[in-house]
Ligand binder design. Sequence first.
Ligand SMILES: NC(=O)c1ccc[n+]([C@@H]2O[C@H](COP(=O)([O-])OP(=O)(O)OC[C@H]3O[C@@H](n4cnc5c(N)ncnc54)[C@H](OP(=O)(O)O)[C@@H]3O)[C@@H](O)[C@H]2O)c1
Length: 360
Amino acid sequence: MSSTAPTTRRTDDAPVRFGVIGAGFIARWFAEAVAREPGAQIVAVTSAHRERAAAFATEHGIAHAYASLEEMLAAHGPGSPDPIDVIHVGSPNSLHAQHAIAALEAGFHVVVEKPFALTRSQAEAMVKAARAADRFLMEGWLSAFEPGVARLREQLPRLGRLHRVVLSKEQFSSRMEVYRSGGLPPAFDPALGGGSLMDLGIYPVSLAIHLFGEPERVTATGTLLECGVDARGTVVLSYDCGEHAGLEVVCLHSKTSPGMESSFAGDHDVLSIDDCQWPRRIGLRGPTAATGTGEDLSVERGAEAPGHQLAYELAEVCRLVRAGARQSDLHPLSRSVAAVGVLQEARRQVGVRFPADEQD
Ligand SMILES: NC(=O)c1ccc[n+]([C@@H]2O[C@H](COP(=O)([O-])OP(=O)(O)OC[C@H]3O[C@@H](n4cnc5c(N)ncnc54)[C@H](OP(=O)(O)O)[C@@H]3O)[C@@H](O)[C@H]2O)c1
């Protein structure tokens, strides 16, 4: 495999060259981010339907469109006229493991959209495939690279010991309208790994693991839809030992209603953030704050323009691939595996089962 694999360390200034799996919502965000990142370029796209891949290619100025991943991987190896360095996996959740492993085994670097996988054993197989192929692998959990999360990492120690953290990712889903009128969009399809936990619960769960590590205990409740996935719910992560012993993180997620801000409570202070996916408004209240009315720790994140959503993540992927890295220090694979494990346990308690769970 190594003789046919793409170069592992890029020393030139040429853009990092991507192949995209999927022509849907996240593929559009990705293409818009690439359009404003001079260090990146999309060479090819594949989706489930050739005509959709072709339309996406035309819209975003991409040279090649395919109806299958195999075709795309075979056409864009290192010796080909238009080689690909990195595959971006933006297919439905149920295909992440299969697509990532196929690309890694063919010698490509891989970024997989969140959630990394459906089950811990799938996630572990992906990590094993990356190590065997000696290729870069990362979950596209954009929060890790956000300036607001960097601000949190920097400011949280000011609160001293944390007791209670409440993290919320709750928003009415436009796809809920489709579901209520009789459709079954992928985000609600149990066969494709849908539901609120997998789609939105991942944000608070991953943020907790990013900041505090893997919890010792997981307690989950949720409300199920008739199709078998959850519409909303709560996951409590309990830390029993180590640096965060006694900490409880309450993760709220919902696809049926908007939510509240998130907060971190220490002995005397509370730090609050507007959104646990990409915090912008950040405030500190309590005796540690610079003024009696509180301290504004908000960050600028740029305008809500096309391409801004994945901009920080994309820049980091390009930097890491150029440097010959095999994973991200900020968002290492062990944390993606841990998050998948927590979500799988939460699904088990709530009663959301996927076909992949049967093979576990
Ligand atoms: N990071 C974020 O903030 C964020 C936001 C949204 C979604 N996501 C993640 O992105 C992933 C996709 O979500 P989405 O909202 O983009 O879904 P989507 O709009 O339904 O798009 C999914 C795409 O996958 C393609 N696809 C399906 N089966 C395929 C196959 N066998 N081979 C190749 N392509 C295939 C579909 O092709 P056709 O178009 O041809 O049917 C479609 O273009 C999910 O894992 C989701 O969690 C992340």
